[in-house]
Design a protein around this ligand. Structure first.
Ligand SMILES: NC(=O)c1ccc[n+]([C@@H]2O[C@H](COP(=O)([O-])OP(=O)(O)OC[C@H]3O[C@@H](n4cnc5c(N)ncnc54)[C@H](OP(=O)(O)O)[C@@H]3O)[C@@H](O)[C@H]2O)c1
Length: 285
């Protein structure tokens, strides 16, 4: 049985879906009871409610589990505590391997939510348990909530510079790679960068224009406007403070990795933004 944490989120649903489709038995962990129903529809064998910050909950979640796919909550003030609990539980329950869904470039101190994760990675390295770490880039799918608005207005808007280079990765590729890594012990003790091809907002807008047959232009949303909107949607002060550091960093540096490792794991080239855009446009029509 494979435990997937944060199973009801954007990442979790995709990973669980890929594992179930490949015939694996999955136990899904979510934080809130209301998320259980959605996650059960994915065909998981078991689902439970628990808080990663509470060791008793993590011990319960890892009972009789062979493999753990540890997705951590996004931008969480308890990043290190959650990680420590998961490592302790894997040691106590003698889990055969812990696979950590981390982020690209945890070495960047200017991105506190990456930097905090750097310490979790260090703890995994020192935990004397079999592990694999996947350092995952930003998903192409992050633009999906605004897809309809983009088609309506012809503006592809994000809160960072339109020329910033980003190694965007297709979440479907990430899920396919995660299944391979989880089910093949030869990936034990490895740290793998899971990044897609480099692209800017401006380049995406050109591709979107061609695919959608409308004129799409790239626009940077002012950080203050973005944060006000995010606040109105109920994002916590902690998350807002992380985002207020992340976007200026992207302005200056983008977030780039190399897509060769993902290509090697998949046995094919990672999905291009154009392929993703065509697939998404077809699914909306
Ligand atoms: N988005 C990206 O582009 C990207 C790229 C690379 C890596 N990642 C990483 O992927 C991870 C997930 O990101 P996401 O965007 O998929 O997140 P998300 O959609 O916000 O998912 C949130 C999930 O976390 C669960 N959760 C939150 N706090 C929890 C806690 N204390 N204990 C147990 N479960 C808890 C939620 O459960 P409920 O539904 O019950 O509240 C939900 O299942 C993050 O670590 C992020 O850094 C994201």
């Amino acid at each position: 049985m494979i435990l997937v944490t944060c199973a009801s989120g954007k990442t979790g649903i995709a990973i669980v879906g890929a594992l179930v489709a490949a015939g694996h038995q999955v136990r899904a962990m979510v934080k809130t009871k209301s998320s259980l129903e959605g996650v059960k529809k994915t065909g998981v064998k078991e689902a439970l409610v628990g808080d990663l910050a509470v060791i008793e909950d993590v011990l319960r979640a890892t009972e009789n589990i062979e493999l753990v796919y540890y997705i951590a909550p996004n931008m969480d003030p308890n990043e290190q505590l959650n990680g420590k609990n998961m490592i302790t539980a894997c040691q106590i329950q003698k889990v055969s391997r812990l696979v950590f869904h981390s982020v690209l470039h945890t070495q960047i101190e200017a991105l506190p939510h990456h930097w905090e994760r750097h310490f979790v990675e260090q703890s995994i390295l020192n935990a004397k348990i079999p592990f694999t770490i996947l350092q995952v880039g930003s998903y192409m799918q992050n633009m999906l909530p605004a897809w309809g608005q983009m088609v309506k207005t012809g503006i592809h808007r994000m809160a960072y510079d339109v020329d910033a280079p980003m190694s965007l990765v297709d979440l479907d590729d990430v899920s396919e790679a995660a299944v391979k890594v989880l089910t093949d012990d030869n990936y034990t003790n490895g740290i793998f960068e899971i990044a897609g091809p480099i692209i800017s907002l401006k380049q995406k807008a050109l591709i979107l224009s061609e695919v959608l047959k409308i004129e799409v232009s790239a626009e940077k949303e002012a950080l203050d406007d973005f944060l006000k909107h995010a606040q109105s949607l109920g994002f916590s002060d902690f998350t807002l403070s992380m985002m207020s550091k992340m976007f200026p960093y992207y302005d200056e540096n983008g977030l780039v990795g190399c897509d060769k490792t993902l290509g090697w794991i998949l046995g094919r080239s990672p999905t291009s933004f154009e392929t993703f855009a065509r697939r998404t446009a077809a699914s909306f029509s």
